[in-house]
Design a protein around this ligand. Structure first.
Ligand SMILES: C[S@@+](CC[C@H](N)C(=O)[O-])C[C@H]1O[C@@H](n2cnc3c(N)ncnc32)[C@H](O)[C@@H]1O
Length: 371
């Protein structure tokens, strides 16, 4: 299919990232911000073999689920994917997507229904935001394959304090007067302890990972705390990809928090937690880990970056946990990893935590025990 072609589409369903897709004579066309049953016209912006990515131009047939998006940037911005429907419908589509990834794509049989933790607010939840910049523009990347930078001066995802700072950056192009050390890069606006700060071209604003949605973080932690509370001082916990020990903060048992963040940036607040700096994707990581862990843990918490832990089977052979809570921001890599250990561990519960309402992202949490 040629680039810049106008095509008529008829949306069959939504993919796992919330974009509609249409099958046109064997060619798959993805049209973000559409709904099943909708028909209309879209412009192709990128194509590869029989797969194309298009931008919605006109709707001929609207779904009854369609709602007016509240955000003024929604039509062009790539930040959000679900604002053209109600929040309940967004949750329904995200749940279907998660089920499809496990059931159909990875053939992992689920014994129980997915337990959904929807967010209390669909907007104003981000305590930090990363804005891209080039010579002329500041904002988020565009929709789908569009890599233009889109103005997001009125973005609804940010907490009010962050939004106010972002507005000030846009005011009279103030951001261009900052000490930008590269021609293209990113500016992060970060709210912590009631103070907003700006960080230019840094991986993490405070040198270590922090969760963007504090309300949902507390909800996830209360699930983990329930399990931690059942453990005693003789039990042992490992918090893998643990950052500053956020998820095991309420532990009463000796807990080894492992992450690659340099020790000097780690702020453990619980005396039961001990920190080990280790590159868990490194060539000798499993060997190094084997030498460091004291004994098999009663509970292993895993919370990796989007790429997951593709040698989970090797890790579990070494660690030999009784139980696992695996938290993931990428259900695809999570299901890939779990497939490798399905004969050794059973899935007890599968949760969807909507940490990132309005966007295509969500957190998945799986509890497992030895089969
Ligand atoms: C999704 S965050 C989770 C952090 C923590 N569990 C929390 O709730 O704040 C993923 C963590 O993986 C860590 N990480 C990234 N690459 C790593 C690597 N190669 N080895 C070890 N940790 C890594 C990051 O520093 C980050 O803290």
């Amino acid at each position: 299919m040629k680039k810049s072609n106008s095509v008529r589409f008829s949306i069959k369903s939504l993919d796992a990232s919330g974009q509609g897709f249409s099958n046109l004579d064997g060619n798959l066309v993805f049209v973000p911000k559409t709904l099943p049953g909708e028909t209309g016209v879209a412009s192709i912006i990128a194509s590869k073999k029989k797969v194309s990515f298009a931008k919605l131009d006109q709707l001929d047939q609207e779904s009854e689920l369609r709602a007016q998006p509240e955000c003024p940037h929604y039509n062009n911005c790539g930040g959000c994917s679900y604002l053209h429907m109600s929040y309940q419908d967004e949750i329904n589509f995200k749940t279907l997507a998660l089920k499809d990834i496990f059931d159909r794509q990875h053939k992992i049989k689920l014994q129980n229904e997915i337990i959904v933790h929807a967010a209390k607010t669909r907007s104003h939840y981000r305590n930090r935001v990363q804005l891209h910049y080039n010579k002329n523009s500041l904002g988020f990347f565009g929709d789908g394959q569009n890599k233009d930078i889109i103005d997001v001066s009125n973005c609804l995802l940010m907490k009010n304090e962050v939004a106010a700072k972002v507005k000030a950056l846009y005011q009279d192009d103030h951001w261009k007067t900052l000490n930008l050390n590269k021609k293209e890069g990113h500016i992060e606006v970060y709210l912590r302890d009631g103070k907003v700060s700006i960080h230019i071209n840094q991986r993490y604003s405070n040198e270590g990972f922090t969760q963007v949605n504090q309300e949902m973080n507390e909800e996830l932690k209360s699930l983990i705390d329930n399990r931690l509370n059942e453990l005693g001082p003789d039990d042992y916990v490992i918090d893998l990809f643990g950052g500053s020990g956020n998820l095991s903060k309420k532990t009463n048992s000796p807990t080894l928090v492992i992450d690659s963040t340099p020790t000097k940036y780690i702020e453990l607040t619980n005396d039961h937690q001990e920190y080990l700096e280790l590159d868990l994707y490194g060539k000798h990581a499993t060997r190094d880990l084997q030498n460091k862990i004291k004994r098999s843990p009663d509970l292993l918490i895993i919370d990796p970056p989007r790429s997951g832990l593709k040698n989970l089977d090797e890790y579990l052979k070494i660690i030999q946990p009784k139980e696992i809570i695996y938290v993931s921001c990428n259900a695809q890599t999570l299901a890939r990893d779990l497939k490798k250990v399905e004969n050794e561990f059973v899935i007890n519960e599968l949760f969807l935590f909507d940490f990132f309402p309005s966007t295509k992202h969500f957190e998945t949490v799986v509890t497992l025990s030895k089969s």
